[in-house]
Design a protein around this ligand. Sequence first.
Ligand SMILES: Nc1nc2c([nH]c(=O)n2[C@H]2C[C@H](O)[C@@H](COP(=O)(O)OP(=O)(O)OP(=O)(O)O)O2)c(=O)[nH]1
Length: 128
Amino acid sequence: MLVVAAALIDAEGRVLMARRPAGKQHAGLWEFPGGKVEPGEAPKAALVRELREELGVEIDPDALDPVAFSESLGERHLVLLLYRCRSWRGEPRALDAAEIRWVAAGDLTALDMPPADGPLAAALAAEC
Ligand SMILES: Nc1nc2c([nH]c(=O)n2[C@H]2C[C@H](O)[C@@H](COP(=O)(O)OP(=O)(O)OP(=O)(O)O)O2)c(=O)[nH]1
């Protein structure tokens, strides 16, 4: 399963994190907004679509820069691609998540996250 996710970074260098809603796998854990790439879909196009659906923001695919990827061998083999984004249109809203929060880069690794996210948060924090 290929999953794309974004670190939206604001002017203060904080990262937007989303808490997974009840009833879903990893409920209550903090994740980077994003979702599954559909068959035949380009990764960046999938991420633009997911951020529109989940946060109500519009993003130019050219504003997405790859940061790192990680893999997790759970029930399903997951490959998670993380992109960085510093510009978008609209104010992010929690349309899908239980909650969204701006988090200082240095505080990211303290959040409870799905297993695949830890290495990505560390890579992002090291660059910010
Ligand atoms: N969006 C996102 N998903 C992540 C992260 N880390 C991680 O393990 N995942 C997993 C959780 C899910 O199994 C999958 C993303 O799928 P999703 O959020 O589109 O779909 P879902 O299973 O929650 O719900 P559904 O669309 O199948 O109903 O990737 C992350 O940082 N962001």
